[in-house]
Ligand binder design. Structure first.
Ligand code: BG6
Length: 516
């Protein structure tokens, strides 16, 4: 059994690496990490820096090994050079996912001396069987490959006997997103995967759950007594969840064209935020207890009707002072593409806590600002006490949970403006993570890789959660497919299409402005 995920710690740990190795953390058991897609961006830009950070925090065992698998003929030496070059790039690029002033040679050397490489076509059984010699003891297979290969690779691993757990050793498979393309394909993938391995061996990853601020939502709600009594329909008017990006599709046109913003972000990242915000308190922080509450919440989402969704696509425009082309002019994108790069949804949750409270979700590319946040709008106070004052100025309390780029939270309150008259003014109480804790640069995959190695599935998606998430958005996906409806255009650098504002205006609400 893994140690419990949550333990107490003191703010401001003294060593900068303590952020990754809090009191009580112990190295993961010895294991081999087999990475399918060794040359891919995910491996170079996220997995390797995460392993470097885990090694720096002494969280990997001395017997830890890494096997890269890819189609490209290569060897351990060449792979090491390629990975080292990418790590060095991080020291020059302050905007990279992972910026470090310098790569610690000792730690990086510790990681790279554990590398080996196998050239293999992972759709061929004889190639996958070549991995047998590398796979003794505990093994984690990481599928950092295009989604169309997920089912195939798991089947080949199963056929080669590589998923059979024997003599106390574990065999685990990490599967990236997108996990399916709609409800039907997600169900089919679950069926294929679960025919080869048990649910407890499958770690469906969602990198949003590796973000400290996302995990902090659980801490905020369940480790503080003051929020939970208010956390319901009697006190909450509506909730917004936003993940807005300023970047475009960044050369990922081939992936994005059949995917679009809804599949790329909603049933996974945004719904993970939603379930953290809205689930019932679990009985314990045991993985199954937490995941069952999340699954119940996702199952309670009323399937979103097509008219409660707005799809948008960016046209040419200007983002933060730079002129940028429209989506249809991006490489590998059809000139008449109907893929959405923005989506806004209004959804409701059918349970006693949330009945009647609208949740508004939006995400998009090439928007005016970059931010991920949850905004909880509380109900207005009764006016009676202030009836002789300027009631128009009475603003409801708003709690904003900032996931990125600012990490923290803000509570807006009304306060008396100094002076002889009762005049109210809005004030903010702010908490910023960086003020309270030493933050270690990390890519968010550290916790997830570590959890997989120690067998803690709390932050991974179970089959039922995946299916419930797709079921909630399936009517919108099927409608877009069947109708062939073109998304509404918005100029790059805007806050989204006009239809998204109209969606909230119907309820008398408005989106919180995107930061500049
Ligand atoms: C990925 C999506 O899963 O998440 C990308 O495929 C998106 O399109 C990214 O840009 C956003 O993640 P983050 O951590 O940068 O907010």
């Amino acid at each position: 059994m893994p140690e419990p995920k949550f333990a107490s710690a003191t703010a401001k740990p003294s060593s900068p690496r303590d952020g990754l190795a809090p009191a009580g953390a112990y190295p993961a058991p010895p294991a081999t990490l087999v990475i399918f897609g060794a040359h891919g961006d995910l491996t170079k830009r996220l997995l390797m820096p995460a392993l470097y950070n885990l090694a720096g925090g002494h969280l990997l065992d001395d017997a830890f090994k890494i096997v890269g698998v890819d189609l490209k003929p290569s060897d351990a030496g060449a792979w090491r050079e390629e990975l080292t070059a990418t790590m060095q790039e991080f020291t020059h690029d302050k905007t990279a996912e992972f910026y470090v002033e310098h790569v610690d040679e000792k730690i990086w050397g510790w990681v790279t001396q554990r590398l080996s490489y196998v050239t293999a076509d992972f759709t061929k059984p004889e190639d996958v069987a070549k991995l047998k010699t590398h796979c003794t003891g505990n093994v984690v297979f990481y599928l950092a490959v295009a989604a169309r290969f997920f089912g195939d690779v798991v089947e080949k691993l199963g056929q080669a006997g590589l998923l059979t757990e024997a003599e106390g050793a574990f065999r685990r498979v990490v599967i990236e997103k997108p996990y399916g393309a709609d409800l039907e394909s997600a169900k089919a993938l679950n069926a294929r995967v679960l025919a080869c391995a048990e649910e407890k061996q499958i770690f469906r990853i969602d990198h949003f759950l590796g973000k400290e601020t996302v995990q902090n939502i659980m801490a905020l709600r369940f480790a503080n007594g003051i929020f939970e009594p208010l956390w319901r329909r009697d006190h909450i008017d509506f909730i917004e969840i936003t993940a807005s990006e300023t970047i475009g599709v960044e050369g990922r046109g081939a992936f994005y064209e059949p995917t679009g913003a809804l599949r790329d972000m909603v049933p996974n990242h945004l719904f993970q935020l939603l379930s953290m915000i809205a689930m019932e308190p679990p009985n314990s922080f045991d993985a199954e207890a937490v995941r069952s509450e999340k699954a119940k919440l996702l199952q309670a989402i009323h399937p979103v009707a097509p008219d409660a969704a707005v799809r948008g696509q960016y046209a040419a425009g200007s983002v933060q002072g730079h002129d940028v082309p429209g989506y249809r002019a991006e490489p590998n994108v059809a000139p008449d593409s109907r893929t959405e790069t923005y989506v806004a949804l209004r959804l409701t949750i059918e349970n006693w806590r949330w009945a009647g409270v609208p949740f508004y979700l939006r995400t998009g590319k090439r928007l005016h600002g970059r931010k991920t946040e949850v905004v909880v709008h509380f109900r207005k106070p009764p006016f009676a006490l202030f009836r002789d004052t300027d009631v128009e100025r009475l603003t409801p309390n708003v709690l904003t949970l900032n996931v990125q780029p600012t990490e923290g939270m803000t509570l807006s309150l009304s306060a008396k403006h100094p002076g002889p008259k009762m005049v109210l003014a809005g004030v903010d109480m702010r908490f910023r993570y960086e003020d309270a804790f030493n933050m270690t640069p990390n890519v968010g995959y550290e916790t997830l890789l570590y959890d997989c190695l120690i067998g803690d599935s709390t932050l991974f998606q179970r089959a039922d959660m995946i299916e419930a998430s797709w079921a909630a958005v399936d009517p919108v996906i099927q409608h877009a497919k069947a109708s062939g409806e073109a998304p509404e255009l918005y100029p790059a650098g805007a806050a989204g299409p006009a239809g998204a504002d109209a969606l909230l205006a119907r309820d008398g609400h408005a989106w919180t402005a995107l930061a500049g």
